[in-house]
Design a protein around this ligand. Structure first.
Ligand code: AP5
Length: 224
């Protein structure tokens, strides 16, 4: 079976993390989430974390030189040999160029770029209700996907928290940054014939079903 190398693209709160978790369960692929890697580095007070924190708190992107090497190394690890789900990378044209070169050097290529299209007003509502387990990484929403017991993760009962960068003013800044720096990737991957669009205003299970059907088609096309 060919590799399944996927990128999830979309604004903050579009549901990239939610769908990446589903895809990991469906296909056994590692979920490589830049935001999670950076938040773990901040919590661990590593050099990467210290450097990244001020940008993340302000809703800005961490500089390309800080993040690109970390992700390219991660994609080259053994567990990503049969494929990966990249969530939050690339986020700039420079990052996309670096990823393309790295994959080409290893004679690998992307299977598809999955854009979860979601308008700004929906994103703002969603992010204010997001809760996450720091331990399991499971994502909830107080209205749209609540845990069985308030404030506790269904997986292991761990505490659910609100992310530091989920305050409304930071979310608005993250949206501006998305439109300016990340949105150009839509045309970039459209030109490469890799982009597939999904309506992010649908329910998580509808988005999931649509993505699965698209991946089945991508795999068939790959085998032809
Ligand atoms: P990161 O953690 O990647 O944040 P993001 O891209 O802004 O995305 P989010 O995690 O906020 O949202 P999501 O799309 O995963 O939505 P989710 O599934 O949680 O990055 C954080 C920061 O790190 C950046 O600001 C930057 O500073 C830095 N960074 C990261 N990558 C970088 C890079 N490559 N270069 C430079 N800097 C980088 O869903 C949101 C909520 O909605 C949840 O509550 C969920 O339950 C709910 N929900 C999901 N889907 C649906 C649905 N269909 N209907 C209703 N509710 C839904």
């Amino acid at each position: 079976m060919a590799e399944l190398n996927l990128i999830l693209l979309g604004p903050p709160g579009a549901g990239k993390g939610t769908q990446a978790t589903n895809l990991t369960a469906d296909f056994g692929l590692p979920h490589i989430a830049t935001g999670d890697i950076l938040r773990a580095a901040v919590a661990g007070e590593t050099e990467l974390g210290r450097e990244a924190k001020r940008y993340m708190d302000a809703g800005d992107l961490v500089p390309d030189k800080v993040i690109t090497g970390v992700i390219l190394e991660r994609v080259a690890e053994d567990d990503a040999r049969d494929g990966f789900v990249l969530d939050g990378f690339p986020r700039t044209v420079d990052q996309a160029d670096s990823l393309g070169k790295e994959l080409e050097a290893r004679e690998r290529r992307l299977t598809g770029v999955l854009l979860i299209d979601t308008p700004d007003d929906v994103v703002i509502k969603r992010i204010s209700g997001r809760r996450v387990s720091r331990k399991t990484g499971r994502i909830y929403h107080v209205d749209f996907d609540p845990p069985t017991h308030e404030g506790r993760c269904d997986v292991d009962g761990s505490e659910l928290i609100q992310r530091d960068d989920d305050r409304e003013e930071t979310v608005r800044k993250r949206l501006v940054v998305y439109h300016e720096q990340t949105e150009p990737l839509i045309a970039y991957y459209e030109d490469l014939g890799l982009l597939r669009r999904f309506d992010g205003t649908r329910s998580p299970s509808e988005v999931h079903a649509h993505i699965r059907a698209t991946i089945a088609t991508l795999r068939l096309e790959d085998e032809l």
